[in-house]
Design a protein around this ligand. Sequence first.
Ligand code: NAD
Ligand code: USQ
Length: 424
Amino acid sequence: MKVCVLGGDGYCGWATALYLSRRGHQVAIADNFARRLWDHELGVQTLTPVRPMPERLRAWRRIGGENIEFMAGDVTDYEFMSSVIRSFSPDAVVHFAEQRAAPYSMIDRKHAVFTQVNNVVGTLNLLFALREFRPDCHLVKLGTMGEYGTPNIDIEEGYIAIEHNGRKDVLPFPKQPGSFYHLSKVHDSHNIMFACKIWGLRATDLNQGVVYGTMTEEVALDDALINRFDYDEIFGTVLNRFCAQAAVGHPLTVYGRGGQTRGYLDIRDTVRCVELACLKPARAGECRVFNQFTEQFSVLELAHMVQAAGRNLNLHVEIDHLPDPRVEAEEHYYNARHSKLVEMGLKPHLLSESLLDSLLNIAIRYQDRIDRSLFMPRVNWRNARNDRQPKGMPHAAGSPYEYEAPLEASVVPAKGNGSFKQGG
Ligand code: NAD
Ligand code: USQ
């Protein structure tokens, strides 16, 4: 199957591209390296030394991987987006190419606007490109469990059967997102649902929970294939952050009481779920929704698990309760259905002591790269403006719009100018 991975330089996208390639699919990646730029903007870096894309792809070829085509460009540029669909003619497009950090979207107005424009326009462009050039192609879109919020009822997979004033219908599950980023995903979901209805496109919206881990079988094959491991307050997700904190003896930063419960999954399950969705495409006109996570935990439960795993490695791990910088319920009901991917064949990697052990060991291995000043939250949801400028950076660099030169200029072709192929 020909699969195009949009956002394939990122955390989930890179692991997915390698997994699909190794499973015999013909893979192309498109990415504009925006994420590397945002790290630069905020003065943060992944714990792991992620290599530039040309080096990543050379390493993949060196160890015998099939050629992965790479197309550099911005999915919000329609010329670029449509050229990707036309030139590669994919059977499935997996869309990861969005600004995905809730705290980033809550820094200030510019970052909220940027997040929504980047995400909503990119997805709209993709929908139009599919309609124009490849209407039968299956769109596999990464949504988020955070679209639902934390309602006081069970969360269904996308749709809920409702009886109201004696009449029945099956309707989209109510959405109560908790950040401007999460809202962008809701807007995407509505646009995708609408496009399937009016144009007969086929789509799967994968409402993914919080991802942890960094290793997959493919990533582990060579040091140059190493994946991201974000631990900073903006892009680091909670379990990865806790492991990095534990590795350097920083107290775990539990926000508030720590009763916030979410769905979680191992990155090895992310890649498998995407493949399962691709292998059994939605029908023409169908917009189906899968809740993509394997277990639910509260933040405090995770902290206690990391504390216990740390003890086995002779790490003394303390837990701190910080005032919650987010506006979210700290104790609430949470019960989300997540059976569809399991019915399709997912065999979950549950969060075990051995996984925590290996995550902690990765964090210990790269501890010299940890900047402890990046642990404490500095973006407060209650403020319309948060100062997140790294020390020494001029204030004018507050928005990605104000950057002109892409970091990886050497591999970015002229705007909308199609692709370069990665040679063997
Ligand atoms: P990431 O930031 O590591 O990767 C996203 C990639 O998309 C980056 O390489 C970035 O450069 C690229 N990108 C962003 N905007 C682009 C644009 N306009 N044009 C081209 N490329 C662009 O993020 P991730 O953690 O891999 O997340 C991928 C997707 O999965 C996101 O849509 C996110 O919302 C969703 N998701 C992630 C998690 C998680 O825990 N990481 C959980 C649920 C859902
Ligand atoms: N949290 C802490 N301490 C920390 C970091 C986070 O207590 O140091 C808490 C948060 O307040 C929140 C929970 O942990 O209640 C999860 O936070 P997170 O930063 O790990 O995840 P989140 O902001 O929800 O975003 C991540 C991804 C996003 C994806 C989402 C899935 O960055 O792309 O959409 O997970 S979900 O949470 O299901 O919406």
